[in-house]
Write a new protein. Sequence first.
Length: 162
Amino acid sequence: MPSTIYTIGFTQKTAEEFFGLLQDAGVEKLIDIRENRVGQLSGFAKYPDLAFFLDRLCGIAYAYQPLFAPSVEIRTAFQTSLDWTRYEQSFRELIAQRNAIAQLDFTDFVGTVALLCSEPTAEKCHRRLIAEMLAEHWTAQGQQVEIKHLVSAKSPRKKREL
């Protein structure tokens, strides 16, 4: 059975946009892969509120998968250097060291699943890397996997330079 892995970030989205994107995509399960799911800056996406909202507003199941979160060291190094190539290499090595992909059961991803992180788009976010690694792993095993990134219709705001 084919599986679709969506990715979504909560920043630069209103709650209405965020939950609407998930509903419109027919997401059945959201897997939170953030390092810190209880941060004060998370607003409506803070755990345990997020699990409540997903269930009550959309009928979407919530799961947490810390194996897919970046380490503090990798995240801090990227914030200092802004070297995405180095981040991606370090993150892929971390996931391999954790044996994270092989530990999962494909049946947990059957249907429509979304990976959650904070970044507004997937280009420079670990959720895209995880989705690609999952798709590559399961495609090699004969599964059909499609990746789609959920973004707001409006483009994310550019940070103002000082």
